[in-house]
Ligand binder design. Sequence first.
Ligand code: ADP
Length: 495
Amino acid sequence: MSVNLPPDLPENIFQTVFEKSPGSLLVKADSPLFTILAASDAYLVITASNRDTIVGKGFFEVFPEDESKFGEDVNARNVFTKVIESRQKIDVPTYRFDVYDPIAKNYEIKYWSCSNTPILDESNKVAYILNTVVDITGEVKAKEGAIESEHRLRLATEAAALAIWDLNLLDLSFIYSPRLSEILGHSPESGITLSEIRNQVNADDMQNIVLKAFHESLITGKYLYEVRIYWPDGSLHWVKTQGVVLQDEKRQPVRLLGTILDITETKRDEIRKNDFIAMASHELKTPLTSIKAYIQLLAQKMASSNDNVIINMLSKANQQVNKMTDLIHGFLDLSKLEPGKLQLKMQDFDINQVINDTIIETKTTSTGHIVKFEEQGPIIIKADKEKIEQVVNNFLSNAIKYSDKGSKILVSVKKTDGDLQVAVADEGIGIKAKEQGKIFQRFYRVENTRMKNISGFGIGLYLSSEIIQRHKGKIWVESKEGEGSTFYFSLPLQV
Ligand code: ADP
């Protein structure tokens, strides 16, 4: 094939094109010398060499062979020889050739990708080899960095005994670390499928926790839950899983990523502690009931006498016994909060009646506060009456406990789009904004000088919030330190 060149094309155009091309070197196939015939500007820069001093010299005179690489595929002499023998282009995707930096006076680590193309003569023999090189140091270093950080992440997760998993929601492909099999009671080498995992999760937890968390995670973008699982040997274990949902550009969920931790030991400790609390509270209940009965009998006997000091003392003793009974009931309830243990007994009732009863009850044990109830017409709800009574009682007794005698407490109830809302407002010590989110946690009590003389264990609001949450309702507080607090709960009217 002949090419007609435009007449005004300079004679040395091909030389210019070659010299301006990226990293190219042309060598003669005159093994063992491999004479350099031409080098591009870029090649000279890359190799820190000079055209006049390299053209006409043997390739290995200019670039001495790395003796440590003799016999390896990346060795240039081997590659050139193979190109001549095979008459095929040979690529060396990555090799290291450090370049001397005359300013810094040291060798800089450099990685190259190189290809060697044979150029044949009329008799189909390799006459020249076109050697082109591309600097890929940046890419190699980035890859090394990624491998290094992956390695570090793996060490960290292994140290924390965490398993990692990655579920593709589009094709359900599932990638996980070997620790996952161990956490689920299999050997680390044995694989595990999604359906095997699903079958190991306690059926109730699957329904009430996993599926719920999954649907919520599609909205919130993250999930965190604890579930019971059964190992293949039938033993019961607990795992905590936490992770994120990744979305595509159309905001469709595409991947679930997360970690799983075995929390069996912590859970067993918690259960032992709860069992102890349950047992101790239960044992305390019996003698306390007797003490209460004796106090009431004595009070009846003394009622006809005129000894007001003793009557007063018996009334105080009765109040303290009631206080202690409430505390013990609180501990008993606390120990019943294990999954599946707090059963709701749903029934229809009027919330106004529950509030009125609770107010009457608390008024008998406390004096001095002005409790007002803004009653509306009857509002029938379907809920666990006893438990809702417990929440109202907790709000009311806290309002009394944390405000001065003589101050006002206002209880109100209203319907707001599909919900029932109950509020108990006091003019008491109030709660700092930063404490407001914490008071619903188990055993949390605000610490300040005014709290010092007020007894409590910090479980009332925790229990209340558990009860309300299990009714699918909401619980919250609005408060200003020194001015008072209003505690609210709302329940869906339609269950
Ligand atoms: P307890 O009252 O036994 O400490 P709770 O769980 O009922 O436990 O309340 C947790 C904490 O919240 C209390 O210790 C108190 O610091 C704060 N708190 C609750 N109700 C009120 C209120 N009405 N006014 C001010 N602080 C309150």
